[in-house]
Ligand binder design. Structure first.
Ligand code: ADP
Ligand code: MG
Length: 225
């Protein structure tokens, strides 16, 4: 189980995330939704250990860093081939190349394995970074808008790759999405953020179909227009 307690993250004088308490069960799939700037990426960065809270604690129990797979919203690439970029996530593995190729195949990028990674399009780069995360088993998967730059075909492929990975590993998934429909397909619970606060937290179907908080209603309405 992951526990966040009394969390505050500030930039300058501004509190950008204020979470009194959040618990995530092992094997659970939690979606983070909310408008731009509501704190989704900040929450994922805190869970990934990329940033620390100013106040409060994040407990990820006995997870070691290699057991957490984190896909940032704006992934980076080394100036190497796509395949080598994925192999870098597999230090110590015996069959690096095979595992990297399988991961690239799952996200539909195997045909570009020899391409220079820093010349990929935004959507391709995101899929390469996802392959890096999915190339080995993890206990916690943190995905920041994994399909933000994807076209429809890539989106379906990526969602299938994520679902397949979860079935194989039983890992916990926390992801942010700009699309409520994606939260519906991939999550069991939704945390709707509102200006760094918990707007609403509950079962996915309930939050998305009968939102109680006004902020969630406004956010979801903007999607139905
Ligand atoms: P979301 O992912 O929901 O769009 P973020 O978590 O990225 O939101 O950002 C939450 C707020 O924190 C935003 O107002 C953003 O401008 C601010 N913020 C994020 N990172 C930084 C930073 N490194 N320095 C200053 N402000 C930041
Ligand atoms: Mg973000």
């Amino acid at each position: 189980m992951i526990e966040m307690e009394g969390i505050q993250k500030r930039y300058g004088a501004r509190v950008v995330l204020d979470l009194p308490a959040l618990r995530i069960q092992q094997g659970e799939r939690l979606a983070l939704i909310g408008p731009n700037g509501s704190g989704k990426s900040t929450l994922l960065r805190l869970l990934a250990g990329v940033i620390a809270p100013d106040v409060g604690t994040v407990r990820t129990e006995d997870l070691r860093s290699g057991e957490i797979g984190y896909l940032p919203q704006h992934p980076y690439a080394f100036d190497l081939s796509v395949l080598k970029n994925v192999e870098l996530a597999l230090a110590g593995e015996l069959e690096k190349k095979k595992q990297a190729q399988e991961a690239l195949e799952r996200v539909g990028l195997l045909h570009l394995c020899k391409a220079r990674a820093n010349r990929l399009s935004g959507g391709e780069m995101q899929r390469m970074a996802l392959a890096r995360v999915l190339a080995r088993p993890r206990k916690l998967l943190l995905l920041d808008e994994p399909t933000a730059s994807a076209d429809i075909a890539a989106l379906e492929r990526i969602e299938r790759a994520i679902e397949h990975y979860i079935e194989q590993t039983g890992c916990t998934l926390v992801f942010s999405s700009h699309a409520p429909s994606q939260a519906m397909r991939l999550s069991q619970r939704v945390l709707a953020l509102d200006g760094g606060n918990i707007g609403e937290l509950g079962k996915t179907a309930e939050v998305l179909q009968t939102p109680q908080a006004e902020s969630t209603q406004v956010f979801l309405k903007s999607w139905k227009l």
